[in-house]
Write a protein that binds this ligand. Structure first.
Ligand code: COA
Ligand code: AMP
Length: 634
């Protein structure tokens, strides 16, 4: 007998038009699509071509019209400012419509780009939804990035308007955002015409006459703006993510496929219904924030929580339980690193006992591999299913998950369970032959990808093909390696490129190497992600200095640490670098990263046959010892 998951999976593979066409009936369309899947321009696939819709209408207005106007749509819970503010669907629609009016007054129309650089405040979601309302394309940039990273995104997206706030709050530190915004605009050759700035009480930003607009004043003067119908295939947003160079990739998301897929996932994967309270403890700057703080829960008619705080320190490791119990959260989604931080501060889970968690039904984890310890600790203390699921900025939703609304498979630690409906996931070798069950290969997805995934990169069709489609023709390359076992469980083991995952944040070591290489004393460098018990991985830099440099190594390493902070941002968590005489290389000159990594991670390694000089490995070990890495870590 088949279960609901198997039925859904089979249908999504055998008849994707029927499967996704049915899911699309759950959304509002001004005009229905001509084609569900449009494969007329392979390898570019489009979903719901001919359809006309509006994402904001589906997220807000539809619910008000269907009787949910008085239900909470969004709860802003901010332990760092001691604020809880609730918006009903009607109130949120009205605020968003007003802010759409503000943007329209600054000249924003359909297709214009708007960069949003904001902390975790309700206004960030309001700005996103207002762009969607106008058919403008938003690009949210995470607040922990430095001005230079923001500048790269301004250069690429060429926004007409930027939206920001005077500051963010990191536990107790007030981080001024406006100077970073001003600096980024200075660095970029493309200049936004206007910047709408929300002044927060803890920091007043200085405004530039003629360019900067005060959020509150503009709201007071604006008229609400209606939803603008857009093509299903029009872009809703661009989200830049780390690529293998310093140039981030502008992942594009469309309107139609996105709303269909995300709304469907709310029940199928997360088992939530309209009216339920759903909380993704992430940041609107990341894909999880886009999909599951803002769009998914609102499409479904849930109450979403927007949390401005950290899992620990705001004020303590009990804050997640306080939020869950106070707002009646059914489902929490966060990164394993958050739970490792909680576990570290409250190993016995004593704080959990202080709260009534009776509404709480599921914990979902993603963003990095979930270690069995963290899953077991959570299961033991929370007594709810702990569900690991695997996805990427590019995919917008889970490639593999235990789909709680369809069928609950037994949890196997270390596996995000099975490919979700819509995903023809395979492990293949370099020639694209399917690997036998249990054997590691490249994890790839047979095209077409389901709706809600990236149709291309912003203004970079060629780069899209080159980065994702060319290595395995007919397949999307996830750039993760792993295997699928005989029961169809997927195991995601490691990245096949230079991406590392630091506290659930995706970073490119290549981008950090570009920064280090700019230091005048550095001849050569390598950055590796080494294991860390809290953050999963942390970047560590290895520097080879130019001949004749006799400055203290400490000064140089401090300088490169500061350079990464200034150019990429504090989020890179780049705090450790060490000077080595040489880097171990193959005879053909390739740096033996895998071997350095194993030494740093205290793993057994074989001296590679291709190494040009094996004695260098001992030097690397010594260098790691001096910074407290090799041999000394648990
Ligand atoms: N604006 C400005 N600075 C920011 C920032 C933001 N939005 N977010 C992070 N930073 C800064 C931090 O202040 C910190 O700076 P510091 O070096 O001066 O201390 C640095 O970036 C690193 O921050 P973070 O990665 O948050 O590390 P942390 O040590 O402060 O906290 C955790 C560790 C585990 C508690 C935290 O990383 C966390 O909550 N992670 C969850 C991750 C997550 O939600 N991922 C999304 C995918 S689901
Ligand atoms: P991001 O684009 O920031 O969401 O990062 C995506 C990458 O994070 C993936 O390609 C994986 O390498 C990693 N990742 C995300 N979720 C998981 C998971 N559940 N298990 C293992 N790795 C994961």
């Amino acid at each position: 007998m088949t279960n609901l998951y198997e039925e859904a999976y089979a249908k999504s593979m055998n008849d994707p038009d029927a499967f996704w066409g049915e899911a699309a009936e759950d959304c509002h369309w001004y005009k229905k699509w001509d084609k569900v899947l449009d494969d007329s321009n392979k390898p570019f696939y489009r979903w719901f071509t001919g359809g006309i819709c509006n994402t904001c209408y589906n997220a807000l207005d539809l619910h008000v019209e269907n009787g949910r106007g008085d239900q909470d749509a969004l709860i802003y819970d901010s332990p760092v400012t001691d604020t809880i503010k609730k918006y009903t669907y009607r109130e949120l629609r009205d605020e968003v419509a007003k802010f759409a009016g503000v943007l329209a007054n600054q000249g924003v129309t359909k297709g214009d780009r708007v960069i949003i650089y904001m902390p975790m405040i309700a206004e960030a979601a309001i700005a996103m939804l207002a762009c969607a309302r106008l058919g403008a394309i938003h690009s949210v940039v995470f607040g922990g990035f430095a001005a230079k990273e923001l500048a790269t995104r301004i250069e690429d997206a060429k926004p007409k308007v930027m939206v920001s706030a005077s500051c963010g709050i990191e536990v107790k530190k007030v981080i001024a955002y406006k100077p970073l915004l001003d600096e980024a605009i200075k660095l970029s050759s493309s200049k936004p015409e206007k910047c709408v700035i929300l002044q927060r009480p803890m920091e007043t930003a200085s405004m530039i006459d003629g360019r900067d607009v005060d959020w509150k004043e503009a709201m007071a003067a604006a008229q609400p703006h209606d939803c603008v119908p857009v093509a299903a295939t029009d872009p809703l947003y661009i989200l830049y993510t780390s690529g293998t160079t310093g140039q981030p990739k502008g992942v594009v998301r469309d309107n139609g496929g996105h709303m269909v897929a995300l709304k469907w996932t709310m029940k199928a994967i997360y088992d939530v219904d309209a009216g339920d309270v759903y909380w993704a403890a992430s940041d609107v700057g990341w894909v999880v924030g886009h999909s599951y703080i803002v769009y998914g829960p609102l499409f479904k008619g849930c109450t979403t929580i927007l949390f401005e705080g950290k899992p620990v320190g705001t004020p303590d490791a009990g804050v997640f339980w306080r939020v869950i119990s106070q707002h009646g959260v059914r489902s929490l989604f966060t990164a394993p690193t958050a739970f490792r931080a909680i576990k570290r501060d409250d190993p016995k889970g004593e704080l959990i006992k202080k709260y009534d968690l009776s509404n709480f039904k599921y914990l979902f984890l993603a963003g990095e591999r979930s270690d069995p310890d963290t899953i077991q600790w959570s299961e033991r203390n929370l007594k709810v299913p702990v569900i690991d699921h695997w996805w990427q900025t590019e995919t917008g939703w889970a490639i593999a998950a235990n789909c709680m609304g369809l069928h609950q498979f037994p949890v196997i630690y270390g596996s995000p369970t099975k490919a979700a409906p819509g995903w023809n996931l395979q492990a293949v070798d370099a020639e694209c032959n399917q690997m036998p069950p249990g054997e590691i290969g490249a994890l790839v997805v047979k095209l077409p990808l389901p709706p809600g995934t990236l149709p291309t990169l912003y203004k970079a069709d060629e780069r899209y093909k080159e980065a994702y489609l060319e290595e395995f023709p007919g397949y999307y390359k996830t750039a993760d390696a792993g295997y699928i076992d005989e029961n169809g469980y997927a195991y995601v083991m490691s990245r096949t490129d230079d991406i590392i995952n630091v506290a659930g944040h995706r970073l490119s070591t290549g981008a950090m190497e570009e920064v280090l290489a700019d230091h005048p004393d550095v001849a050569e460098c390598a950055v590796l992600g080494v294991e860390d018990s809290l953050k999963g991985q942390i970047p560590v830099g290895f520097l080879v200095l130019n001949a004749g440099v006799d400055r203290p190594h400490d000064d140089i390493t401090k300088e490169v640490v500061q350079m990464v902070r200034d150019r990429i941002g504090p989020v890179a968590a780049f705090k450790t670098a060490t000077v080595v005489k040489r880097l171990p290389k193959t005879r053909s000159g390739k740096i033996l990263r895998g071997t350095i990594q194993k030494i740093a991670d205290n793993k057994d390694y074989k001296v590679p046959a291709t190494i040009d000089d094996p004695t260098i490995l001992g030097e690397i070990e010594d260098a790691l010892n001096t910074i407290g890495l090799a041999g000394s870590r648990s």
